[in-house]
Ligand binder design. Structure first.
Ligand code: PMV
Length: 364
């Protein structure tokens, strides 16, 4: 990835001869990691490789209008609206993010931006919006670069840069730009894998995963008590950290085979083991965090009992919070629907976001 982008400056000549304004818009989904990224180094680089399902229904739509600043300055000028409401706290976060990526997009300081964003999923629904939000924004910046400099014309290079920039905004966001599944982080068994950006995981992906379901059962919609930045930071002093990174890489090797041959048992086991490992790591950090709720554990027990009784391949995953991701293949959807409604929903707040694996980001 080319990070010296000193040519991406609007010259006086260009400015005099071209209208420097426009609007770009992207939709980008959230994602659910099966092998989790937990622990980072350097400039938002992962300590182990991760891989995720790209979601479909849970996404962010972002439009960015840009124009030349009326007076040149080094300041970053951004106005940000979320669901049509000006949001100063998000705005400050975006200014900080734009400031941190001037090296990639030097023209950022020559322009001013009006950004409008909406999420398809309710606020406090337990879905982290940083992956969809940051990737949608990064994709918009790449589109602005393309419009102004006629660069990034190759789609693969475009998405790779968008993934790189998304990563700088929120690590896991880099996986959201690709369809079905994407990996992030160097791993001997994944060709072209990199710590810098995600790689689409397509060629070896068994069809069964391309229509997989992920029903997000909301056990609690209250704010989580540890930010992911703080959580990653706690891994620096976690005595089990090195063993964990080795474990993640070994599990990745096993998972890749299961993704190829469609082995749902191995896929499901790894998914559950990774979810519990993530929470175990938080529980043994200093300070320790307990992000699961009693309802989370009740639902896990129900899922395991139902699977043992019926042999239906239904599994769970967790993000860094108490909500359950119920994972199953499409051909079991009707059976799982009954189970979910009758046995699991009473253990939730009554909210469930029914999602599936999706096609990744798209321009609007
Ligand atoms: O991208 P971040 O910094 O919000 O970290 C995400 C970490 C997990 O969601 C818990 C795991 C992952 O790989 O997505």
């Amino acid at each position: 990835m080319q990070t010296n982008n000193s040519n991406l400056i609007l010259t006086t000549d260009f400015i005099q001869n071209n209208p420097v304004s426009g609007k770009v818009a992207w939709q980008s989904p959230s994602n659910l990691a099966i092998i989790k990224y937990w622990g980072k180094y350097g400039r938002q680089l992962p300590k182990n490789a991760s891989i995720s399902l790209t979601l479909d229904q849970a996404h962010t739509d972002t439009s960015v209008s840009y124009k030349l600043k009326s007076l040149p300055s080094e300041d970053i000028i951004v106005r940000f609206w979320f669901h049509d409401l000006r949001k100063p706290d998000f705005e400050a976060r975006i200014v900080k993010f734009f400031d941190s990526i001037r090296d990639m997009f030097p023209f950022i300081a020559q322009l001013e931006f009006d950004i409008h964003s909406t999420n398809s999923f309710p606020h406090s629904s337990g879905i982290a919006s940083s992956a969809s939000g940051m990737s949608a924004l990064a994709l918009c910046l790449c589109s602005i670069e393309k419009a102004l400099f006629d660069s990034l014309t190759d789609d693969a290079i475009f998405l790779q840069k968008a993934s790189y920039v998304s990563r700088l905004g929120s690590g896991s966001a880099c996986r959201s730009v690709y369809p079905y599944m994407a990996s992030w982080g160097s791993h001997v068994e994944i060709d072209g894998s990199s710590d810098d950006y995600a790689t689409p995981y397509l060629e070896d992906l068994n069809e069964v995963y391309k229509s997989f379901h992920d029903d997000i059962l909301i056990v609690s919609a209250t704010e989580k008590s540890v930010s992911s930045t703080a959580g990653h930071g706690l891994m620096n002093d976690n005595p089990y950290a090195e063993a964990r990174y080795r474990q993640a890489n070994n599990r990745m090797t096993l998972l890749l085979e299961a993704l190829k041959i469609g082995d749902l048992e191995v896929f499901g086991k790894i998914s559950e083991d990774e979810a519990l490992t993530l929470h175990a790591l938080m529980m043994c950090s200093d300070p320790s965090y307990m992000l699961v709720e009693p309802g989370t554990i009740q639902i896990i027990n129900e899922i395991r009992a139902y699977r043992a009784d019926t042999k239906v391949p239904v599994y769970f995953s967790l993000d860094a919070g108490p909500n359950i991701h119920l994972l199953y293949p499409h051909n079991y959807a009707a059976q799982v629907e009954d189970f979910r409604i009758n046995q699991l929903m009473p253990l939730t707040t009554g909210q469930c976001i029914q999602d599936t694996v999706g096609l990744g980001s798209k321009p609007l």
